[in-house]
Ligand binder design. Sequence first.
Ligand code: SF4
Length: 302
Amino acid sequence: MRDLTESAVELIRRAATDLPADVEAALRRARDREDTGSAAEGALDTVLENVAIARQNATPICQDTGVPIFKVRYRPALNPRQLRQQILAAVVEATERSYLRPNAVDPITGRNSGNNLGRGFPTFHFEVGHQGDDLDLKVDLLLKGGGSENVGAQYKLPYSRAADGGASPASFDAGRDLDGVRKVVLDAVYRAQGKGCAPGVLGIAIGGDRGSGYVHAKEQLFRSLNDVNPEPSLADLEDELLRDANALGVGPMGFGGKTTLFGVKIGAYHRLPACYFVSIAYNCWALRRATMTVHGQEVSFQ
Ligand code: SF4
């Protein structure tokens, strides 16, 4: 099997330093919607200037380069153990080249490993493709920042806001249906205000168990902001949540404004009869993702 280490370093460089076109375009539209001279407009101007400088200088878009999450789809002929080793070597090299900040901290000793390797760090999801697949290999990478990770949330429906106490201005009961999902997601957005570097994008999973729900929620963050959910009821809910969350007025960095979120992506897993989880992966404006595909000798990036 060929050595893809240097290609994987390039994948990491792109994710860390070059914000995807759909994300930057959405931030520009958000900036143009804000009132002239407002703090919200100023915050988004600063974000966009920072994005341009990072791209030009190949420096990280944000000092927190997050946890690298690799989604690897490979042809059965490839060896996943070797792929993993090459990607790990690329992570070490990307850290040495300062595309990544050393972010892996041992929770027992408190020591930072210094090279972004540790137990369960980075995160991998391997999936074997089909023999008939056009591609030999596809690697999607998401760099998920810690500040936004801290404001992710998981709700168990039914849920009573009054019984839970807390900060939302309205008490509500959320039942086991899509309207209940809508209510708890808005509660999570309200609670995240001032944290997590808004405006953000939500990856949401309805159903699953506590573990699979969060994984599926993060998978939604790999989707293009411009795609349309193939499930009509979820497509409608994505639009509705985007509109309702922005009506909260939290705004960029919590300064107040018209854009609190610039994307909502929802997936659904079958659930146990006894459980109805809503898992919310919040991503800050720095939605850093990149894709590498390999077809024969040809390696390409998106
Ligand atoms: S939440 Fe996002 S933008 Fe804010 S510090 Fe973390 S990675 Fe950077």
